[in-house]
Design a binder for this molecule. Structure first.
Ligand SMILES: [Cu+2]
Length: 267
């Protein structure tokens, strides 16, 4: 009798792009990230940084804020932008900025004499199509007295403790708003925020929070009426944003199962 040996095939997980904390990137990964942003900033067509920044604010204004589509819209936004970066530097992923554990902007996004023209530090915005550039007012971290100083651990924990998608999303968006205002500069202006590369590190943190919350609340989905709504501009549905592994990525440290189609919708 022949002995049969079954060799396991490659796991889907092995093919997922892994998003990491900005603080955990190796020097090579940070160099790749900068190269991808710099490359995208050179492109004036629909593969470029200006085009994607323009999804969120000027000139397209496709974003969703303080609507039931806040988290799904931004998840597909990051997804398409990350694909555009990966077309420039294969394998690159968007890192997150964990503002629950720090009181400052990550060094990678600041001026650094060792990194001339750091593409992660915004100096000017170039508007899609017209190619028109204007100087960006500098960030002013912590200078707006209207919001508390970082870190925002308690507000984040309060959001994560919400049992329904609607309550969680609303609480998380509130914390998110404060981070935008705390950063200052163009980050506090919806029209221009996404022209600051720090925007993406902030929103990856928000997307990761949703991912972690989904793991803790496997039955809690957006309302059934939302699931087939198509998100601008490509029409990806809310349903298709629910499982990040179906979008081909995962967060470092969260290799867990996510709610499947049998999960129960909110009313
Ligand atoms: Cu935002």
């Amino acid at each position: 009798m022949a002995l049969q040996v079954t060799v396991p095939g490659p796991s889907v997980r092995d093919t997922l792009a892994l998003r990491k904390s900005i603080d955990k990137l190796t020097d090579g990964e940070l160099a790749d990230l900068r190269q991808a942003f710099a490359g995208a900033m050179q492109l004036r067509d629909e593969r470029g940084f200006s085009y994607f920044a323009g999804w969120h604010g000027e000139p397209f204004n496709w974003c969703e804020h303080h609507t039931p589509l806040f988290l799904p819209w931004h998840r597909q936004y990051l997804y398409y932008f990350e694909l555009a970066l990966q077309a420039i530097v294969p394998g690159v992923t968007l890192p997150w900025w964990d503002w629950t554990v720090t009181d400052s902007i990550p060094a990678a996004y600041l001026d650094d004499p060792a990194v001339p023209d750091n593409p992660l530090l915004v100096r000017e915005v170039t508007i899609y199509r017209s190619g028109q550039s204007q100087e960006a007012p500098p960030r002013a971290p912590g200078e707006n007295p209207g919001v508390p100083p970082l870190p925002y651990r308690n507000d984040y924990d309060r959001a994560m403790a919400q049992p329904s998608f609607a309550a969680f999303q609303s609480a998380l968006e509130g914390v998110h708003d404060n981070v935008h205002v705390w950063v200052g500069g163009i980050m506090q202006d919806i029209q221009w925020a996404a022209y600051d590369p720090l925007f993406f590190a902030h929103h990856v943190m928000i997307d990761r929070a949703w991912r972690l919350w989904q793991h803790q609340n496997p039955g809690a989905l957006p309302g059934a009426g939302l699931l087939n709504v198509g998100l601008r501009p490509n029409g990806m549905t809310v349903q298709h944003t629910l499982d990040v592994t179906q979008l081909g990525y995962e967060y470092a440290g969260t290799g867990v199962d996510v709610p499947g189609p049998t999960a129960v919708n909110e009313g």
